[in-house]
Design a protein around this ligand. Sequence first.
Ligand code: NAD
Ligand code: GLY
Length: 363
Amino acid sequence: MSSLHKILDVELGNKSYPIYIGSKLLSNKSYLENHISGKQVMIITNSTIAPLYLDKVKKLLEKFIVEVTILPDGEKYKTLETTKTIFDALLEAQFDRSATLIALGGGVIGDITGFAAASYQRGINFIQIPTTLLSQVDSSVGGKTGVNHELGKNMIGAFHQPEAVIIDVDTLETLNDREFSAGMAEVIKYGFLGNIGFLAMLEKNIDAIMSRDKNLIIEAVYQSCEDKAKVVAEDEFEKGKRALLNLGHTFGHGIENVLGYGTYLHGEAISIGMYMAAKLSELEGHLKLEDVERVKNILIKAKLPTSIDGKVTSEELIKAMSIDKKAIDGNIRLVLLQNLGDSYLSDDYSSDNFYQVISIFSK
Ligand code: NAD
Ligand code: GLY
């Protein structure tokens, strides 16, 4: 028996697709079957997730020709070399353009699989089964796919929308607390950047969510996906509004870059970055001090960092932020907060205020 709690649609004309959110979804064949048009299916997963969920997913696909590619686990394998192993497997299995790829895993698996689907024989279908909180509320929705290059993260990729996203929150039962918190950074982000009601709901329920109350998690995942789906529907290719989803990311990427990727999980770096963005928004005269405290408090309750633990100098941080892909003509474009729940993009904030924030957070 499966229990579907919610369905959302990402409205993109003939590329629209559903997001199914609930518990026990991986016990029901219909979610997958309804979105696979050919006979050939390849599940892409990794060595950590395969022992946990591969058999369960394979069982749903008995009427298809199913191949499996198990990748090594880790961001360092989000590369073109790894993508080639998927192409090799697809060609060896003589999969044609009617094939469907299934991404079973976190954001790394989702991004690589989506990119392989975007490029194999000029584009085939894929379905996302995200298994981390971060991938359930962010990376599986919206069609950004890609891999890293040694000169930059996510530098090779394509926009390619999935046929469906199947979010079974039961998969989070095996996710460790640190990864869960990292996902919560992205959940809380939606509250800060555009949804004050959601922020209030999270503040009220944060302890229960951190204790893994399933109904509240479903509600939080639903609300996050709904907010993201709205933005993606308005601005699929990030010509404008979609960039607001990067609240805290330019600061966060700078921190990740200076300390070395992997020191902080992405969500942890984004947590510090969001707090820095809130501080700058206060210095710019928008947020009140109590708003900035609200930002800090909920991040701390979600067991996320709000200061940099490690040696990062101002110069290093500014340099790393300037080469982040959101910098245009040398100006660092940032997402700032007009109010809690109301964000905007800016590259004309006071540089004194910016340097002040950098100096507060660096050593
Ligand atoms: P991840 O995919 O590396 O997963 C984190 C860890 O959890 C891995 O070790 C993974 O094997 C393990 N794991 C996954 N599901 C599990 C489960 N249910 N139980 C136990 N362990 C499990 O990391 P992530 O945080 O999911 O994703 C980060 C990636 O997502 C980055 O590469 C980032 O660039 C990308 N991303 C993409 C977008 C987008 O829009 N495409 C948005 C945000 C992030
Ligand atoms: N993670 C930001 C986006 O999908 O646009």
